[in-house]
Design a protein around this ligand. Structure first.
Ligand code: WQD
Length: 320
């Protein structure tokens, strides 16, 4: 039995690849290497192909057969919210088109289990302090829309040909499980702050007039190694006969404000982080925190690491 990981050379994907290898599972990585790096996959076979292209379907079918693939973890996607607003067609083509190609190849090859990378961006700007999987999902940008459509696609494949799927809605992923697998893209709050500190610049806080205790936005920061473990729990769950289709929040259930994250960065780095408050960033919900009851009770997974672990590990990887 082997597992095919799309986007396995990327930040989150490479953590899952390493955990699978550590438990003795053969892994095949499919990646276009646009952001991924081959050094991250620990000797796994790599099929270099862009899932959004016509070449993807035959390449996947070949990989499924050659490696006796039994399950897929599907990370490969574009994931920048701002870019998705500016270039929506690219997101529809890459994220939705890529998932369609993958599902077509899985059906043809008879590969029947899938863990799909979804996102808290599917919730949009919710009213509730914590969000549940059975609550409203009203994404407010094309990125979140493509992830919600991806969930619909996995469900439809289940109805049509019996795919068993787990959609994992990631909250704010950060940290590093190993120093060589840190997030090298500077797209999210913690790497952005590190990058500002390196440049001797003041980090930006986007808005301090939100209806939260300190006025800054609250998010649910989850350690990438905890998140990676959730994928293994989902794969194990799909191997049983229970619930063939499900969607799970992957967060800690606890929120931290932007100022609380900056305070943790100050404590960990020893650098005096003196932020500058900017205007609110368009489309930011005041608070987005996971209700984690479903993943805890169904998969037996819960986060083991806190904000201190996240910032410490992210900083060590960043320094490297
Ligand atoms: C976190 C908080 C910012 C930068 C995004 C996607 C989401 C998911 C995770 C993939 C916000 C504030 C940020 C800065 C700041 N991705 N901030 N100064 O927007 O919560 O979530 O990444 O699935 O779908 O939307 O993450 O890291 O950009 O921001 O004050 O320089 O930090 O306003 O409140 P976000 P983020």
């Amino acid at each position: 039995m082997s597992v095919l990981v799309t986007g396995g050379a990327g930040y989150i994907g490479s953590h899952v690849v390493r955990l699978l290898q550590q438990r003795g599972t053969e892994v095949v990585v499919v990646d276009d290497l646009s952001n991924g790096r081959v050094e991250r996959v620990g000797g796994a076979a790599v099929v270099e192909v862009d899932l959004g292209t016509d070449a993807a379907v035959p390449a996947l079918e070949r990989a499924f057969t050659e490696h006796g693939v039994d399950a897929v973890v599907h990370f490969a996607a574009r994931k920048q919210v701002g870019e998705s607003v500016a270039r929506p067609a690219r997101y529809w083509s890459q994220n939705v088109g890529g998932t369609a190609n993958l599902l077509q190849a899985m059906e043809t090859a008879g590969v029947g289990k899938l863990v799909f990378s979804s996102s808290a961006a599917t919730y949009g700007a919710p009213d509730s302090p914590v969000v549940r999987e059975d609550g409203p999902a009203e994404p407010i940008n094309p990125y979140g829309q493509t992830k919600l459509v991806g969930e619909w696609m996995t469900r439809a494949a289940g109805t049509a040909w019996g795919l068993r799927a787990a959609n994992l809605r990631y909250f704010n992923v950060a940290g590093a499980g190993w120093d060589d697998l840190g997030d090298s893209a500077v797209m999210n709050l913690i790497p952005i702050v590190f990058s500002a500190l390196d440049a001797g610049q003041a980090p930006a806080v986007f808005g301090d007039d939100y209806p939260t205790p300190d006025g800054t936005c609250i998010r649910d920061y989850v350690h990438v190694l905890d998140l990676a473990q959730a994928h293994l729990a989902a794969l194990d769950h799909l191997a049983t006969d229970e619930r063939p289709y499900d969607t799970f929040n992957v967060g800690t259930g606890a929120g931290a404000s932007v100022l609380e994250v900056l305070a943790e960065v100050r404590a960990v780095t020893g650098v005096d982080v003196d932020p500058v408050v900017h205007a609110r960033r368009a489309g930011d919900p005041p608070q987005l925190v996971a209700d984690v009851e479903r993943i805890t009770s169904t998969l037996g997974w819960s986060a083991t690491k806190d904000l201190h672990d996240i910032v410490t590990s992210a900083w060590e990887a960043w320094r490297r």
